[in-house]
Design a protein around this ligand. Structure first.
Ligand code: RB5
Length: 150
């Protein structure tokens, strides 16, 4: 499993914690920046990190900014990305089970590293449930593709 990591300055330190954690778990990752705590715009980071997922190079993305919100908004504009901004364990688990989310977004100024790493683990270790949830995910993607018949 190859994980794509990205963060702006607001999520930089959390990304570094996540890198250490993935290394301890023996999970491979690609770090798409940022590489210092200097201020940087999150949209470009989200774009290049998520492109590695939709392009097939990485399986899932983990994105961090100050709140997790801006970077999730940008991520959700990349075709094929279903990004979930989470600050609790239940949501990080159920966005895999029910939404087949392929990007987890975290707020470096919202959650502590302890909770964040629990969310990373459950996000990476939980499989999509499919069934009735597949239909709903298909509807989301139909909206994205402009072919949704609501
Ligand atoms: C940067 O100051 C901050 O706005 C950004 O990290 C993020 O929280 C935006 O949603």
């Amino acid at each position: 499993m190859m994980i794509a990591l990205g963060a702006d300055h607001g999520g930089f330190y959390l990304k570094e914690e996540i890198k250490k954690h993935l290394e301890e778990r023996g999970i491979e990752y690609k770090d798409f920046g940022t590489y210092s705590p200097e201020s940087i715009d999150y949209a470009a980071i989200a774009y290049r990190t998520c492109n590695s997922v939709v392009g097939g190079e990485c399986e899932k993305a983990i994105l961090c900014c100050g709140t997790g919100i801006g970077i999730s908004m940008a991520a959700n504009k990349v075709k094929g990305i279903r990004a979930a901004c989470c600050s609790d364990y239940f949501s990080a688990k159920f966005t895999r089970l029910h939404n087949d989310a392929n990007a987890l977004c975290l707020g470096g100024r919202v959650v502590g590293a302890g909770l964040a790493l629990e969310m990373v683990d459950v996000f990476l270790d939980t499989e999509f449930e499919g069934g009735r949830h597949q239909r709903r995910v298909d509807q989301i993607m139909a909206i994205q593709d402009g072919i949704f018949e609501g």
